[in-house]
Design a protein around this ligand. Structure first.
Ligand code: NDP
Length: 484
């Protein structure tokens, strides 16, 4: 098989296999063919990974941040040098077009390794004078062994977004990719070793939810960072709370994207396309509830459908293709179910809505208009290429409706009214907001959700606080006064 790795897991600097684990067939979404066969981690494999991480972590934390950072930055260089090879693998893991993976996956992972590598040497505490010469100093310490659990949409990026800040702070990580896309994280582990990382500080184990659960509940684990759905987040957060572990939860969304009638329609259509159809709609922060002010609704829909006529759906390895298959047959069927619900509940299908008559898990980019707030497609995360267009009349009305969701991951607004843009953003109940753009996630900026969409932030300097903790040290320069 063309993409068969040396073995299923990467532990203590080497590939490790245990064929007693449940088989995991890796399916290329563009054709349905099996491109690799892996095995889920057995309890012995989980034990090996945690033992190795625990052993490696202390020495890693004892290195200077600059030394650790140098290794991460070297890994970033290797990832960039191998971008094409890694992008081809990511395309086979996920089905995303090579046109996308060449610019959004290994490159984004490399950005995280470079950014957090660069911060490595500046992760310090502070000095707090108490008067009379007494003082406090704080030491920023690693948490210990961290567990990363990934979703299937951005396997390389998620492996790096979690691994890079964890390692920069002196932690070791055991990472479990989604069993749907298990290949890419193994390459991240390989590259870190090649860049000079000590064995055991970044281990990858494969498996289903039970393997994730075994990792989360292990007492040696100090922190869990999950990218996944809200139901999984709830379970993982509860399990982590049992052991009082630190958590970062990057969960799902049903984000609003508001287009006012003074907006540049062409830009708003571009934002809606990026925010609904990139990666075939399998992006957590997608603006899937597109609220368009009544006066420009038909103009918006006309330009949207005209531009969708130019989408190039097909073989994701063809670099001209900009729309690939869904990640799996199961996900495709979930999305088709939502399309049927949209029709049944009275939404107007204005584009797409069908599976493509070809091998692989291809759906058309789909647009529903006249969607109302109570429809299932306006309430639930679909995680596929289905855009709901809703009408609105006033700013007050749309703000109430935009926030009427349990999710709070992202939100966007297109308008040319400067004060309105900032007023709207201030009113959004969401962690990641956009004005006249959509779906950017550069490593320098915090990324994450409010409400049910998550806890904590990834990327930026803020991520450091989620992978380290402060030790407070009181120092007296004077005699100790006691009452008796
Ligand atoms: P899931 O929530 O189904 O799974 C996420 C990961 O958690 C998988 O690796 C899964 O393993 C694992 N898992 C499942 N159950 C448990 C458990 N009890 N304990 C520990 N781990 C467990 O998400 P998907 O993979 O289906 O990804 C899609 C979801 O991810 C969407 O809801 C999307 O919004 C969200 N997402 C959020 C992002 C964000 O940054 N906010 C970014 C990308 C996606 P297995 O797959 O083997 O079940």
């Amino acid at each position: 098989m063309k993409f068969q790795p040396e073995a299923s897991h990467f532990i203590d600097g080497a590939y490790v296999e245990d064929t007693a684990g449940t088989p995991i067939d890796v399916i290329y979404p563009a054709t349905g063919e099996v491109i690799a066969r892996l095995h889920s981690a057995t309890p012995q494999i989980v034990e090996q990974a945690l033992t190795s991480a625990k052993r490696a972590q202390k020495a890693w934390a004892a290195m200077t941040g600059t030394e650790r950072g140098r290794i991460l930055r070297r890994a970033a260089d290797i990832m960039r040098d191998r971008n094409r090879e890694l992008s081809i693998l990511e395309t086979h893991d996920t089905g995303k077009p090579l046109q996308e993976t060449l610019v959004a996956d290994a490159t984004s992972g490399a950005d995280a390794l470079e950014y957090f590598g660069g911060l490595g040497g500046s992760l310090t505490g502070e000095h707090i004078p108490l008067g009379g010469g007494d003082f406090v100093y704080t030491i920023r310490e690693a948490l210990g062994v961290c567990v990363g659990i990934g979703a299937w949409n951005y396997p390389t990026q998620i492996a790096c977004w979690k691994g890079a800040p964890a390692l920069a702070c002196g932690n070791a990580m055991v990472f479990k990719p989604s069993e749907t896309t298990p290949l890419s994280a193994l390459k991240v582990a390989e590259i870190l070793i090649e860049a000079g990382a000590p064995k055991g500080i970044y281990n990858v184990v494969q498996g289903y939810g039970d393997v994730g659960a075994a990792l989360v509940t292990d007492p040696r684990v100090a922190k869990v960072s999950l990218t996944g759905s809200v139901p999984t987040g709830r379970k993982v957060y509860a399990a982590a709370a049992e052991g009082m572990k630190h958590v970062t939860m990057e969960l799902g969304g049903k984000s609003p994207l508001i287009v006012f009638d003074d907006a540049d329609i062409e830009n708003a259509v571009s934002g809606a396309i990026l925010g609904n159809f990139y990666s075939s709609g399998q992006v957590c922060s997608n603006g899937t509830r597109v609220f368009v002010q009544k006066g420009i609704k038909e103009a918006f829909l006309t330009r949207l459908t005209e531009r969708l006529a130019n989408v190039k759906i097909g073989d994701p390895m063809d670099e001209a293709v900009n729309f690939g298959p869904m990640v799996s047959e199961a996900q495709m069927n979930i999305v088709l179910g939502y399309v049927e619900k949209g029709k049944a509940e009275g939404a107007r299908l204005v584009h797409g809505g069908a599976r493509l008559d070809r091998a692989g898990f291809y759906l058309q980019p789909t647009v529903f208009a006249d969607v109302t707030d109570d429809m299932t497609i306006a309430r639930e995360e679909i995680f596929g290429p289905v855009m709901s267009v809703l009408d609105f009349e006033t700013e007050d009305e749309v703000m109430t409706r935009a926030n009427a969701t349990e999710f709070g991951l992202a939100a966007g607004v297109f308008t040319n009214d400067l004060t309105r843009a900032h007023r709207v953003v201030a009113g959004f109940e969401a962690g990641t907001c956009y004005i006249n753009t959509y779906n950017l996630a550069p490593v320098e900026a915090p990324f994450g959700g409010s409400k049910m969409s998550g806890v904590g932030r990834e990327n930026s300097k803020l991520a450091i606080n989620h992978f380290s903790e402060m030790k407070t040290v009181y120092v007296s320069m004077n005699d100790v006064e006691a009452p008796y």
